[in-house]
Design a protein around this ligand. Structure first.
Ligand code: PGA
Length: 275
């Protein structure tokens, strides 16, 4: 599927701050990013047709949200509870994210899927909860190095995707702009070892083919699939030049305003000149 056969989609860039920064540095990063991207700083505003979100640690959501005003960037949570409320020590509900004006949430990140052995049914329940609560979701999938080397990358990704989306055909409203798929090979996250754009594109095609099978080709073409795993200001332009790669989910390089803003600007090349 080439870009010419797909409708134009809004590029998405996410900055996952993980368990980094402290309150003062998080607020400073948010203020600088907001100035850079909104045009309040020295440069021009980022094209409004690009969706940018940052995912700060939960305790800093309110302060970071205040520092960014109405954005850009938009605000997102790194995780949410599959439960609405109740006796769930340490968990953060969709309603709490909503109270803090967090529009986005990450689900299925490998640091939870693999790092914390979060089971597929929990990932599925979190995705469903997030959509029911009107949040926009970044659903992460990706294979380990062992799975890639043994030729199981495609099967792993397809299985994670099918499992995560199971039951969602019964949701009334499930428009493609509410969900972003992030292909994040586990071996590329935080390692400095970026997937080759050819390999990333191939994985994105597996994801789109699966979406086409589960829903339809139109849904698959309109759904954003972004790449994550050691995206930097130096490799973003090459990745985003590929028709299948609608943006990125960025960890380490999102902790500095300069590199994250440069990555956001690299996505401007995906926009047509007419609209
Ligand atoms: P990284 O992290 O950019 O530091 O590799 C990406 C992610 O975990 O989303």
């Amino acid at each position: 599927m080439s870009r010419s056969t797909r409708p134009a989609v809004r590029p998405f860039i996410g900055g996952n701050w993980k368990m980094n920064l402290r309150l003062a540095s998080a607020v400073e990063l948010a203020e600088t990013l907001h100035a850079d991207l909104s045009g309040d700083g020295e440069g021009a505003a980022l094209d409004a047709r690009i969706d940018v979100a940052v995912f700060p640690p939960a305790p800093y959501l309110m302060a970071v949200g205040r520092a960014m005003g109405h954005g850009p960037p938009a605000l997102g949570g790194q995780d949410l509870s599959p439960h609405e409320d109740g006796a769930y020590t340490g968990q953060v509900s969709a309603g709490m994210l909503d109270d803090l004006n967090a529009r986005w949430v990450l689900v299925g990140h490998s640091e939870r899927r693999h790092g914390l052995a979060e089971p597929p049914e929990t990932i599925r329940a979190k995705l469903r909860r997030a959509l029911e609560a009107d949040l926009e979701v970044v659903l992460c999938v990706g294979e380990t190095l062992e799975e890639r080397e043994s030729g199981d990358a495609e099967a792993t990704i397809v299985e994670q995707l099918r499992s995560g989306l199971e039951g969602l055909e019964t949701l009334e409203a499930f428009p493609p702009e509410r969900i972003v798929l992030a292909y994040e090979p586990v071996w590329a996250i935080g390692t400095g070892r970026t997937a080759h754009p050819d390999d990333a594109e191939e994985a994105h095609r597996w994801i789109r083919r699966t979406l086409g099978e589960l829903y339809d080709r139109g849904f698959a073409a309109a759904t954003r699939v972004v790449y994550g795993g050691s995206v930097t200001a130096s490799n973003a332009a090459e990745l985003f030049s590929r028709p299948e790669i609608d943006g990125g989910l960025v960890g380490g390089a999102s902790l500095k305003a300069e590199s994250f803003a440069a990555i956001c600007r690299a996505a401007e090349s995906r926009l047509g000149t007419s609209a």
